[in-house]
Design a protein around this ligand. Structure first.
Ligand code: PEP
Ligand code: MG
Length: 321
């Protein structure tokens, strides 16, 4: 099997009926790019930048960030690289920010909420990203977007920083896509509205499942509720993909579900354009997709979405795909 997979390293990803999708990888540091390329990923679908901020006692400078982002973009040689702005809070704390302790950190002051409030932190990161943009194919993604207002505010700040840089004579790419993570149910429900303004969606199922099922993703005792194949989740995923396509945008997924062999056929059937997963899952996923007919799976989609339970979905997927 390993030898079969190795043959696919330099291939694109097609289903048996020739529908193309993109298989990308999730990274946390520039050093991870090596594994991305060795495992044949077609891009980086999620660069979790918070690791630049963690395990130290002060914020990373614009220069440090510029170095990290441009290194990733350069090494990816023009392949798409989705860099997510700071997603701190929840399970990821930054002690040196001295933020007040919260009762519900997962529902609290985190990610884009923090960035829109602590704007110097956000602007520094955006400047570093914009400066790095000319080294490759950069796409900027905002995490934990719950309202259109948050997206507009974040994009406005991005455009302000871009104008400042251009005024200073610094080159910035003119083709940076700006998208959002869909990991809060309100945003999935409103995807048709968001799709008119964003360039892309990336579905963050790790959080989307947690928030939809009201089950802490870290809590063993409620892990039975953590159900990627629950029809409720699948319906939300479908809403997001359909909304994107209606506006001519692309929809990806960067939560763990994107690399899950049981979920992959269903996601292909729903029309997902980009699957971003851990690098080591890319070749197995490419090999699996080669053997799947998108058209055949799509024909079962309505039936799957009408199922009553996660167990029904899993049983059907295992027997039919
Ligand atoms: C997600 O929520 O699915 C996601 C990819 O982000 P993180 O796991 O970093 O919260
Ligand atoms: Mg998340």
């Amino acid at each position: 099997q390993k030898a079969e997979w190795a043959k696919l390293v330099n291939e694109k990803t097609f289903s048996s009926d020739s529908v193309q999708v993109e298989l990308a990888a999730n990274i946390g540091t520039p050093a991870d790019v090596k594994g991305v390329l060795e495992n044949g990923a077609e891009g980086v679908g999620l660069y979790r930048t918070e690791f630049l901020y963690m395990g130290r006692d002060q914020l990373p400078t614009e220069e440090e960030q510029f170095k990290a982002y441009s290194e990733v973009l350069e090494k990816m040689e023009g392949k798409p690289v989705v860099i997510r702005t700071l997603d701190i809070g929840g399970d990821k704390e930054l002690p040196y920010l001295n933020l007040p302790k919260e009762l519900n950190p997962f529902l609290g002051f985190r990610a884009i909420r923090l960035c829109l409030e602590e704007q110097e932190i956000f602007r520094t990161q955006l400047r570093a990203l914009l400066r790095a943009s000319q080294y490759g194919n950069l796409k900027i993604m905002f995490p934990m977007i719950a309202t259109l207002g948050e997206f507009r505010a974040a994009k406005e700040i991005l455009l302000e920083e871009k104008e400042k840089l251009v005024a200073e004579g610094i080159e910035v790419s003119e083709s940076i896509e700006v998208g959002i993570m869909v990991e809060i149910p309100s945003t999935a429900v409103m995807a048709d509205t968001f799709a008119k303004e964003v360039d892309f969606f990336s579905i963050g199922t790790n959080d989307l499942i947690q928030y939809t099922m009201a089950a802490d993703r870290m809590n063993e005792q409620v892990s039975y509720l953590y159900q990627p194949y629950n029809p409720a989740i699948l319906r939300l995923v479908k809403m997001v993909i359909d909304a994107a396509h209606k506006e001519g945008k692309w929809a990806g997924m960067c939560g763990e579900m994107a690399g899950d062999p049981i979920a992959i056929p269903i996601l292909l059937g729903l029309g997902l354009d980009e699957f971003s997963m851990s690098a080591t899952s890319v070749l197995p996923a490419r090999s699996q997709i080669l053997g799947l007919s998108k058209e055949k799976i799509s024909a079962h989609m309505d039936e799957i979405l009408q199922m009553e339970t996660m167990e029904d979905v899993v049983k059907f997927a295992e027997e039919n795909f």
